[in-house]
Each structure stands twice: as structure tokens, then as C-alpha cells.
Write a protein that binds this ligand. Structure first.
Ligand code: GLY
Length: 383
């Protein structure tokens, strides 16, 4: 029974009800995933249209196939060992993960971290088989081939001169491959990309730009621009969430304190500029006419990034504060934004993929589902 108190924008709770809320949300998420597998077997969705996963809408780029199997691995981790349920989630996670293996050589996207950290890294976490690790290492090596010496960044899928903030979520797989192989060149690429992203995409106030454009001859950064945000000088909410999470991951691998302070600056910007319930508009600088449009996927990624950051912070008080902020976001998502209306196929409503192309606007989006479940899983593992 929900005993959350909603007063204006703030959702508070009574003792023990958070755990009930998060546990019942996991049950709902499992139902939605199973229904999707039964309805559209072996289909890898990206975003809904009027709440339905399967449609003819364009994808823009091919980056989301890891999220559905990734959610299956997360659910599997919560099933009691040895049960039929656990066996079903594991078998289905493997069935959906395996077809992704050839993408370890995919040079057309900058998203190999999204695809393989959600799947093969989780699979390897349960089954430490060297052949699974080899897939991850190859994906890291392939990602590293995007590196532009002039400018010192991993190029986006769009063009040689383009650097996206989203790539901060994918550079982690290069750090991983560097650590596992001891290859200094991989570490160098990962470090230099992260330093360039910090210098050209994260601003002094902790806000972030979506894209930087470089001069290919000189390597000079010419300007900040955007594809999915409002303007080149605005702060696209999901980009900020990728930055917060990605710089935290880079700090986890490198222990470079500059990366930790960047992750904290992004977290502080998100927290200071969001409404009290923790769910921000699709762009922090959105104009009046679309100010009401939220992006719940940015909120879910932020919550998971804050939970990661809470474990990385040097200062335990700060760490506890970030965990509290993540919990507040998750409470809001669970109380207000679940896809519980009849016929809605997603778990979380209110995500935004690409507003200018009118793709997945105010819909469920696969990365929102995945990071929401990741954050939920973190909460349910807390004592
Ligand atoms: N292309 C990654 C995103 O839409 O956030």
C-alpha cells in the first residue's frame, strides 16, 4: 500500500514504505519485460510510440540493443538461485546477449560501452568465463579506433570533427580493456578523451554541452553545438546525466581526482537546477513552450550515477547526500511516472529521445528503462 505523502513538489515517505515501493516497482518492471518478450520475441526496442514498443519510427543511430538483455541480467541477479524463474531470466538474457557479439567489431557507432557493459560485463560478472572477457576487451579496442590524434578525442558517429558528451558513457570499456590487458596505449586514449571532454564539454558551473566541433587540421575546438538539446550553449539534461555518470566511471578506473570533481560538479548542477522532486525538464534551458516536458530517462541515469558517485566520494557526508538525492529521484519516478496506464508497454513514462526529429517524445525509452532498473537494483541491495 502506498503511504507516500505528496505535498506540492516534494514526496516524503513513512518508515519502511520506500522498500515496499521499490520492491513492488521491480515486480511491475519484470511483468513489463516478460510481456514484451512474449509479445515481440527477439525484438530489441528503442522507444515507444503512444506506449507501444514495435513501430516503424526511425532509430537515428543503432545504440540500444544492450539495454533489454541488460535488464534481464539485472532481474536475474534478484532471483533466488536455483528457481525456475532464475533459470528463465538467465536463459533469456543469454539468448538476447549472444546475438550482439559481432558488434564488438562495429566501427559505425560510439556506443560499444552501452552495448557491452550492460550485457557481456554483467554476464561475465555471473560467469567469469575468459571468452566473455575477450568480447569486452575487443569491444574496448574497437572503440579506441575512433580516437583522433589531432584534438585528442573519440569521434562521434556523426563525423570526424564531432565529439559527443554521450561518449563519456562508452570510454569506460576502453579503460576496462586497458586494465585487463595492461595496454598503455588504450589507457592513454581513454585518459586523453576524458581530459578533452572535460575541457571542451563541461563548463565552469558544472553544466555540459552536447557536442564539440573540432578543426581537423589543427585539432582546435571551434564551438559547442547540439543535436538533441535546445541550443549549443544550453544544458541538455540527458547529456548532463551521461557526464555525471561517465566522469564517475572514469574516476573509478583512473583515480584521477579531477574526474571525481567533474562528476561532482555535474551532480551539483543537476541537483541545484532541478525541481524539488528531482525530475528535470528535457533541457535545463528549455524555452517556455516546452519547459513542462520532462525527461525521466535523464532522471533515471542521474539517480544511478548519483548512487555510483556516493560510493566514490572521499567525503562520506557528501556521499550520503548524493545517495539521498538519487533516492528522492527514484521515489518520484516510482510514484508518478510508471507506465501503469492500460496498454502502456514500457516501465517508465516521460522519456525524450530526439525532440527535434520528433522521435520518442514523452514516451518510454530503452535506456531510461535500463538505468531506472539499475538504480532500483542498487536501492534494493542496500541494507
Ligand atoms: N544518443 C544517446 C542519447 O540519445 O542519449
Amino acid at each position: 500500500m502506498a503511504r507516500h505523502i505528496i505535498a506540492g513538489d516534494v514526496i516524503t515517505f513513512q518508515e519502511n514504505t520506500d522498500r515496499e515501493l521499490f520492491a513492488s516497482t521491480l515486480v511491475f518492471a519484470k511483468q513489463q519485460i516478460r510481456a514484451l518478450v512474449e509479445r515481440n520475441p527477439d525484438f530489441y526496442p528503442m522507444y515507444t510510440r503512444e506506449g507501444r514498443w514495435k513501430h516503424e519510427g526511425e532509430s537515428w543511430t543503432h545504440w540500444c540493443d544492450g539495454f533489454l538483455p541488460g535488464m534481464m541480467w539485472i532481474v536475474y541477479g534478484h532471483e533466488p538461485a536455483g528457481t525456475d524463474e532464475a533459470a528463465w531470466w538467465r536463459e533469456t538474457a543469454i539468448r538476447y546477449s549472444k546475438p550482439l557479439e559481432p558488434r564488438k567489431l562495429d566501427r559505425t557507432v560510439h556506443d560499444l560501452g552501452f552495448i557491452f557493459v550492460s550485457t557481456y560485463a554483467r554476464w561475465h560478472g555471473f560467469t567469469p568465463d575468459p571468452s566473455l572477457k575477450a568480447v569486452l576487451i575487443q569491444a574496448g579496442k574497437t572503440m579506441s579506433l575512433r580516437f583522433k590524434e589531432k584534438g585528442e578525442y573519440l569521434r562521434s558517429f556523426v563525423a570526424d570533427e564531432s565529439l559527443f558528451i554521450d561518449i563519456m558513457m562508452n570510454v569506460g570499456i576502453i579503460f576496462y580493456a586497458a586494465v585487463e590487458t595492461g595496454d598503455a596505449r588504450l589507457l592513454d586514449v581513454a585518459m586523453r578523451h576524458t581530459l578533452t571532454s572535460r575541457r571542451t564539454l563541461v563548463r565552469g558551473d558544472g553544466s555540459s554541452a552536447h557536442e564539440a566541433i573540432f578543426d581537423l587540421e589543427t585539432g582546435e575546438c571551434k564551438k559547442q553545438t547540439t543535436h538533441q538539446g535546445y541550443r549549443g550553449d544550453s544544458c541538455w539534461s540527458r547529456g548532463l546525466a551521461w557526464a555525471l555518470y561517465g566522469f564517475g566511471t572514469a574516476y573509478g578506473y583512473s583515480r584521477d581526482p579531477g574526474f571525481l570533481s567533474t562528476a561532482e560538479a555535474c551532480a551539483d548542477f543537476y541537483i541545484a537546477n532541478s525541481p524539488a522532486d528531482g525530475v528535470a525538464p528535457w533541457d535545463f534551458d528549455a524555452p517556455e513552450e516546452s519547459r513542462e516536458l520532462l525527461d525521466t530517462s535523464a532522471a533515471a541515469i542521474t539517480a544511478s550515477g548519483l548512487f555510483q558517485l556516493s560510493g566514490l566520494c572521499m567525503d562520506p557526508v557528501k556521499g550520503a547526500f548524493y545517495a539521498d538525492c538519487g533516492r528522492r529521484i527514484m521515489r518520484t519516478l516510482c510514484v508518478r511516472h510508471l507506465g501503469q496506464s492500460p496498454g502502456w508497454e514500457g516501465i517508465l513514462k516521460g522519456g525524450v529521445y530526439h525532440i527535434h526529429k520528433n522521435l520518442g517524445v514523452n514516451e518510454s525509452v530503452m535506456w531510461g528503462e535500463y538505468f531506472f532498473l539499475e538504480a532500483l537494483s542498487w536501492l534494493l541491495r542496500q541494507p
